[in-house]
Design a protein around this ligand. Sequence first.
Ligand code: FAD
Length: 462
Amino acid sequence: MADFDVIVIGGGPGGYVAAIHAAQLGLKTACVEGRETLGGTCLNIGCIPSKALLNATHHLHEVQENFEKMGLMGANPTVDWERMLRYKDDVVSGNTKGIEFLFKKNKVTWLKGWGSIPAAGQVKVGDELHNAKNIIIATGSAASVLPGITVDEEVIITSTGALSLPKIPKSVVVIGAGVIGLEMGSVYARLGAKVTVVEYLDEITPGMDGEVAKSFQRLLKKQGFTFVLGAAVEVVERTANGAKVAWKLKKNDAPGEIEADVVLVATGRKPYTEGLGLEALGVEMLPRGQIKVDAHWQTNVPGIYAIGDAVPGPMLAHKAEDEGMAVAEVLAGKHGHVNYDVIPGVIYTTPEVASVGKTEEQLKAEGRAYKVGKFPFMGNARAKAIFQADGFVKLIVDQETDRILGCHIIGPSAGDLIHEVCVAMEFGASAQDLALTCHAHPTYSEAVREAALACGLGAIHA
Ligand code: FAD
């Protein structure tokens, strides 16, 4: 008889959610985690610490930029970096301990150590062998660094180093204009660093709605960011005072270089599956290092499943969590499902940027007829009151049926506003459904309703 019905390898958002939900469904469950704390990349060195630093530095920025405008006078606060890092660490440990509590509450056994799979139905942790009817791999991802770059996590760093620098740098070069690079760049820009972003593509945040990306870049420039786009980085090396980044512009081969205290390499992440023994097991992998799974997250080896950053799809904590829930349902004999068409993406800068569903660019490529309803936060009283009237809500609907196909927001609380649209999309709603829903005044979410009105006869306040 098996020791466990399910053993999950990896205690990140995919793994811990899968373990808790499997236990809720009555399965005897264990979760293997090699880190000292549960919560994976997200809670330890990802979503949560980055948001803590974004929160602290957002408040600093508010004091510096907006307090006097509201009649709040007085000296600017000074930054105690050590204390800010302690606050960030406290937020992390509060959350990781929370997962430990949830494991106890739900009777999930935490097998501490690094796991491997000697054979289907077996997980080895240290010297101990555990049997399981089913195994879920949720081992996540690691930073992907361009070839030829040596990361030391002191001067040439990944996001992990950027979350714990010994002192605030005066200058930072960020390689890669994706979500992580721009969030951490924002943290240091608000702390007074000169931030230069060097990106291979000609635009920032690839894949994002083009109009939103342009507005976002403009707003970041206003906040002091410098962008070098269309630049192929050729050299990143340490110097006496920091590190140097050299590139060639793709359009004309013009060389450029810059020196900074710190270089943050934010060129994406790659699946992490080392040490599991997948090759010996014959688990099929995809060319980009992800584990290949079927529609029920099962690998080609019966009884071995995989979810989260280790499999294809957006590398996001909530996508991993949804897969964790769904695979637990499948293992309990139910019908787990993830709607990959409605997975929101958020950038937690100020203003926030959020999107769900199709972009205009995608719909054009598909040849699908669509309408756009746009509403600027300039027409939203609450946004104006907090000096964040720069952005807009853009709702994209089917030309014929008015069904919502996508939404892209840049503005205050965009990361929360987007969920109204996610729910609407899950229910197959039209823009008119949103427009007919009463929205409290004065709220930022009125801008979403106005964008829905703009898909019909027109917004009221624009
Ligand atoms: P992970 O969270 O990576 O967890 C995998 C766990 O498995 C790790 O704890 C690892 O130690 C463990 N493990 C690996 N191998 C073994 C083994 N053999 N035995 C035992 N344990 C093992 N996503 C968002 O949605 N929102 C955000 O705001 C956001 N911000 C981010 C900011 C940063 C700086 C970074 C780096 C990432 C961010 N992400 C964000 C991405 C998010 O962290 C990941 O998508 C998410 O953590 C993936 O979850 P996962 O469970 O698949 O893997």
